[in-house]
Write a protein that binds this ligand. Structure first.
Ligand code: Q9C
Ligand code: ZN
Length: 391
């Protein structure tokens, strides 16, 4: 399997975070990516490929994130330092909590541009786990570049499914907590969302106007197996009928306020958002059986979805559409029993089974790295998923 990697992703290296009331070393460290790369390099079944240098990363980032948010991430550190802020990193102090702003008239919208740097930090972030350092923007661009490069290689693959048409993006910082205009949970750019938009854009541009008069978007399913709910990915695609988001995650754990079964999508995206909250202490057996039902939703949901789609886009036959569908997997391995910030009990053996379950969907698959903080076990667990998938 091809593995896409950009060493620029190592540059984001904040000194600390606040966790359970304590100042602790930053869990989402560059060592995570080094461990995974080292493990995959030692196996002949993986080929590490440098992310493509002359990709227009920003073009695809803009398909997911708002321009003011992107510019904030690009300039926040410099503005913070010029304002006398600590040189280690930008960190928020207050957040525009709904109960803080509830009595203000609804038309009241603060002009974000006039806010001081620490207020802006709270405006664009929902927690204290996303310090912005001098190199953060470079690193998150590198992380997105790896994901887009992987997606690009998927589009040029000759076979519609099987090992040759599946790739792994070794991205960090991760992405699934990042919303269209919000960072949090170690995430700044939503790498998997950006890669999905890349795939849809390249598909649209290969179709002639006449063959796709409605401008139908390529249907793609995102399976999120990180321990935490991917609130950002959910938000980005919530009302988008072209992307099915399916997440397995811990109930009553970070980010706490999203991830219930009641969150089903809206408008055209209704029933295209499916959450599987699981109790703390979840073990191999219940995890893999839940994953099997999540997978069956992807399998069963898609044909119906394609039927709806094809009714309005006659030039796309059901068969052709099925061949074109893609799966993207937000691959977090913080479900592991020894993960320092998570509370599932999965053993190493479960990761091979996870790979096999995903393989049975028989779709071209893009794996994008998300969380996992038991650094020494990361590479071996990621490798087990990918090797389980390849069979
Ligand atoms: N200062 C991912 O696994 N921990 N993110 C809360 C608050 C944040 C996990 C610390 C956990 C985020 C991608
Ligand atoms: Zn996570």
């Amino acid at each position: 399997m091809k593995v896409f990697y950009d060493p620029g992703c190592l540059l984001h290296d904040p000194p600390y975070e606040i966790l359970s009331g304590q100042l602790v070393p930053y869990f989402e460290s560059p060592a995570r990516a080094r461990n995974i790369k080292h493990e995959l390099e030692s196996s002949p079944s993986f080929k590490i490929i440098g992310a493509e240098g002359d990709l227009d990363v920003l073009k695809y980032v803009r398909m997911v994130h708002n321009e003011d948010y992107i510019q904030y991430l690009r300039t926040a550190y410099q503005e913070w330092v010029e304002d006398g802020g600590d040189k280690s990193a930008v960190l928020p102090e207050t957040f525009p909590h709904p109960k803080l702003t509830s009595v203000l008239p609804s038309e009241y919208n603060p002009d974000v541009k006039t806010l001081c740097p620490i207020a802006k930090a709270g405006f664009y972030c929902f927690d204290l786990s996303c310090p912005i350092t001098e190199a953060t923007y470079m690193a998150i661009t590198a992380s997105a570049r790896a994901a887009i490069s992987a997606a690009k290689s998927l589009t040029s693959s000759a076979k519609p499914s099987g090992p040759e048409s599946s790739v792994f993006a070794l991205s960090r910082p991760p992405g699934h907590h990042a919303g269209s205009s919000l960072c949090g949970g170690y995430c700044f750019f939503n790498n998997v969302a950006i890669a999905v938009r890349f795939l849809q854009d390249s598909h649209a541009s290969t179709m002639s106007e006449g063959s796709n008069p409605q401008g139908e978007m390529l249907p793609i399913a995102i399976l999120d197996i990180d321990y935490h709910h991917g609130n950002g990915t959910q938000e980005i695609f919530y009302s988008d009928g072209s992307v099915l988001y399916v997440s397995l995650h811990a109930q009553n754990d970070y980010p706490y306020f999203t991830g219930s079964t009641k969150e089903k999508g809206s408008g055209e995206g209704l029933n295209r958002n499916i959450n599987f909250p699981l109790p703390r202490g979840t073990t191999d057996e219940s995890y893999s059986s839940t994953l099997r039902s999540a997978a069956s939703h992807i399998k069963h949901f898609n044909p119906a979805y394609l039927a709806v789609r094809c009714a309005t886009a006659p030039a796309l036959s059901p068969k052709a559409s099925a061949d074109l569908e893609r799966d993207a997997t937000s691959l977090g391995v913080d479900t592991y029993k020894d993960d320092p910030i998570s509370d599932f009990k999965l053993t190493h053996a479960c990761y091979g089974e996870i790979g096999r379950i995903i393989a049975r969907l028989d779709k071209p698959t893009l794996f994008v790295m998300e969380g996992g903080y038991a650094v020494d076990a990361l590479g071996s667990n990621v490798r087990a998923v990918l090797e389980g998938f390849e069979g």
